[in-house]
Design a binder for this molecule. Sequence first.
Ligand code: NAD
Ligand code: UDP
Length: 338
Amino acid sequence: MSILVTGGAGYIGSHTCVELLNEGYEVVVLDNLSNSSVKSLERVEELTGKKITFYKGDILDRVILNEIFEKEEIESCIHFAGLKAVGESVAKPWEYYTNNVTGTLTLVDVMRQHGCKNIIFSSSATVYGEPAEIPISENCPKGQCESPYAWTKSMLEQMLIDIQKADKEWNVIILRYFNPIGAHKSGRIGENPNGIPNNLMPYVTQVAVGKLEHLGIFGNDYDTPDGTGVRDYIHVVDLARGHVKALHKIDENIELGIYNLGTGQGKSVMDVVKTFEAANNIKIPYVIKNRRPGDIASYYCTPEKAKEELGWVAEYGLREMCEDSWRWQSNNPNGYEN
Ligand code: NAD
Ligand code: UDP
């Protein structure tokens, strides 16, 4: 039996493939490579010494989905495939709703036609909107989303919950990621954003490698200990391991589970800059800019539920996240291009 990993060539997907293969799972990846390179999968194979069955294709394409479910024995799907750039989603809502929502509905329909009713879905902390409480627990109500991207996650959560409610053969695990950063210790796989990065850590590493001149810090007048925005950064390898734990939970027929995956530690932009500088002995020049529209001062979770029910805790701290992000970026200044 195999695990279908949609979006498996991407940042979180490739790290999850490593953990799955190391745990002895057979892995089938479906990815249209719209935001990734097949080289990530070659490197996963090199790191693990194991093979991945790769299908280049789209979750919107029933033909390839049917082919996969006919040829492979898929027991569960870990569903990462999706477009994820918040700003781009504001400019291209139709593309985001079609790709993420219609794509997921197509995938789920083909899954049920083939009797495969186990899915782990990549959701996001953004579904909480402006959070009603900090730290954010899973009991915190979902909020108004800031972008079409976040709405796709919020809507898909609801759709999956309703599908499971109507058919108890489904096991649905929704994982709400906080801020994944870092890379595999080997420095062989990591985050590979297109163009100028929007997120903090890839921006910092591109300043460090000399591709960008300085970091712009979006506001230092928030109500936080040093005035800069606070987030819950989580090492991508810890996040990947959370998916393996979720798969174990599916074996127990969980039916429905919703979990925050974060460290529970809020770290500011200045904490990230200072820790990166100390860990890697590199100066990060920065300038203070205006607040970024839509940003919230503090966003961090309590990961207690994942600890109690999945037996999962994040092991890596911010220093390791900074070291590992830098090892990846400095060894691969052009991502998978070199
Ligand atoms: P990523 O872009 O690196 O990976 C997504 C992968 O999906 C890419 O390889 C892309 O080529 C593929 N893909 C996109 N649309 C597809 C389609 N229609 N058919 C087949 N493949 C398709 O992103 P990531 O950071 O690894 O994120 C993985 C998932 O986690 C996404 O669903 C994302 O929304 C979610 N997520 C990410 C973050 C984050 O900060 N990275 C935070 C919360 C949630
Ligand atoms: N941030 C910043 N400069 C950048 C990118 C991000 O100061 O170039 C800040 C941002 O305002 C937020 C934090 O870093 O406080 C994390 O931003 P990111 O976009 O990585 O994650 P998100 O805001 O989506 O949680």
